[in-house]
Ligand binder design. Structure first.
Ligand code: SF4
Length: 213
């Protein structure tokens, strides 16, 4: 019989992801907390040279895994080859970063006096009115960033859910911009080691590669 792996606290970080998404619906300013999901993986990759965040601490990846595997919401078939292709992954990262910069620019415009836009943009096209959010107690640019950033987080969640249903549970990890960035950083940082030993080690493979196997 298969031995049950002992659960660690880090196996429950999917709850943090769920709380984050719910808190954002309750009060849009909680969207700012999502900066942690942006900064921590980058710090781990830059200073630690590993994809430990993806491999162990990413609540989003865990959530897709749980929905796909435990709730059987995934067709569980390999993702198409193009998703894994560096051209697509780096192209998607570039597109994602351009949209992120445009979001920062909107925040800057509000900072310099433009009116606050109380909308959350989904999939970069659909602007949902979000008028129930009370952001009057914060500076308008703080509210604008929260609306923009929550749109980014919801958009990546929707894309992740769609690819989870269509392919393997964690297929989002194959082209996740954070995964692509941290993998690139690890490759640059550990390049010397890779050349020395001929392999970057299991720790640095990350779900991006594993999901497509
Ligand atoms: S690739 Fe993205 S979603 Fe997947 S584990 Fe890494 S950061 Fe999380």
């Amino acid at each position: 019989m298969k031995e049950q792996k002992k659960k660690r606290w880090s196996d429950y970080l999917w709850i943090v992801e769920l709380c984050y998404l719910s808190l954002g619906l309750f009060n849009i300013l909680f969207a700012w907390l999502g900066m942690l999901f942006f900064c921590i993986p980058l710090f781990v990759a830059i200073f630690g040279g590993s994809k430990a965040y993806c491999n162990r601490y990413c609540g989003r990846g865990q959530l897709f895994g749980l929905l796909g595997e435990k709730l059987k919401l995934s067709r569980n078939v390999p993702p198409p080859k193009f998703l894994r292709h560096p051209l697509f992954r780096y192209g998607f990262l570039t597109f994602f970063m351009i949209m992120f910069c445009l979001m920062l620019f909107s925040t800057y415009r509000v900072f310099t006096g433009a009116p606050l836009s109380q909308t959350v943009t989904l999939l970069w096209v659909f602007r949902l009115p979000w008028h129930w959010a009370d952001v009057s107690f914060a500076a308008p640019w703080i509210g604008q960033f929260a609306f923009g950033f929550f749109g980014v987080m919801l958009t990546s969640t929707i894309l992740g859910l769609i690819t989870m249903v269509l392919f393997r549970p964690r297929s989002w990890c194959v082209y996740c911009p954070m995964g692509t960035m941290t993998q690139g950083i690890c490759k640059l940082r550990n390049g010397k080691k890779v050349r020395e030993y001929g392999s970057s080690g299991k720790e640095n493979r990350g779900p991006a590669e594993a999901a497509g196997e």
